[in-house]
Design a protein around this ligand. Structure first.
Ligand SMILES: [Zn+2]
Ligand SMILES: [Zn+2]
Length: 246
């Protein structure tokens, strides 16, 4: 399984960090977790045809995770319909099915929409190459649904936190434990709050993603890595375009 962090920023893109999108390549297929605006171009820069994505999984509907989806779907419909990629079959897994009609309506204002397929990610996903299970977190409180994801493929397991609550208490330690990689957001909580849970995290590597402004510089990142130097696993910050194989 190959992972590329296409966008590692938080709510507002900055010069150094685009908003959230992570590509997974596995068994010759491509999957996307979150799809901020600019994802189409970032996929091209990574050498991947955006219309060829097999499935898109949104962790929640905040726009820094979802605004690129209508455009990605437009490209998929266009490439499929006009024969540039007739076998393309992009499926969308949504955290909140109310979003399906909204996206459809938006695309209908621009284009036709008959190839679109939307599913509720609460039911999980499996296509024989990759499987994904969704675990609710409290990032949106009463206002909507938000998930952490556990992805399994080729005997490897990755845990993505998605966005969490502001006290890190919904970091699902039991599910994250023993994964090969844990990719955690790094915006909504103070590091010392996280340390209470992370000190018990047993995984192959912890990677920080969705990096808030205060941590988008090497000095701040080194300070955090120093704070977390006692953790039982290696820790690193992701950057846009970072690629790793597990
Ligand atoms: Zn976010
Ligand atoms: Zn959010």
């Amino acid at each position: 399984m190959k992972i590329i962090t296409l966008g590692t920023g938080h709510g507002d893109a900055t010069v150094s960090n685009a908003s959230s999108a992570t590509l997974i390549e596995c068994g010759g297929k491509y999957y996307l977790i979150d799809c901020a605006d600019g994802t189409e171009q970032r996929l091209l820069q990574a050498g991947v045809e955006p219309a060829s994505i097999s499935a898109v999984f949104l962790t929640h509907t905040h726009l820094d995770h979802s605004a690129g989806l209508p455009n990605l779907l437009k490209r998929f419909i266009k490439f499929k319909h006009y024969g540039r990629l007739p076998e393309a079959e992009m499926k969308c897994y949504l955290p909140d099915m109310r979003a399906a009609q909204i996206i459809k309506d938006w695309i209908k204002l621009n284009f036709f929409w008959e190839y679109l397929q939307f599913f509720d990610i609460a039911n999980g996903f499996s296509d024989g190459t990759l499987s994904l299970r969704a675990f609710p977190n409290r990032h949106l409180g009463e206002n909507g649904k938000s998930y952490s994801y556990k992805v399994s493929a080729g005997g490897k397991t990755v845990f993505f936190t998605g966005d969490l609550s502001d006290d890190f208490s919904d970091f699902d330690l039991a599910e994250a434990n023993h994964c090969d990689i844990v990719i955690s957001e790094m915006t909504h909580f103070p590091v010392d709050k996280a340390l209470d849970l992370l000190k018990d995290l047993k995984c192959g590597k912890l990677v920080f993603n969705h990096i808030g402004d205060p941590y988008q510089n090497i000095a701040a990142q080194e300070k955090v890595l120093q704070q977390l130097s006692g953790l039982p696993c290696p820790v690193q910050f992701a950057f846009d375009g970072m690629s790793f194989e597990i």
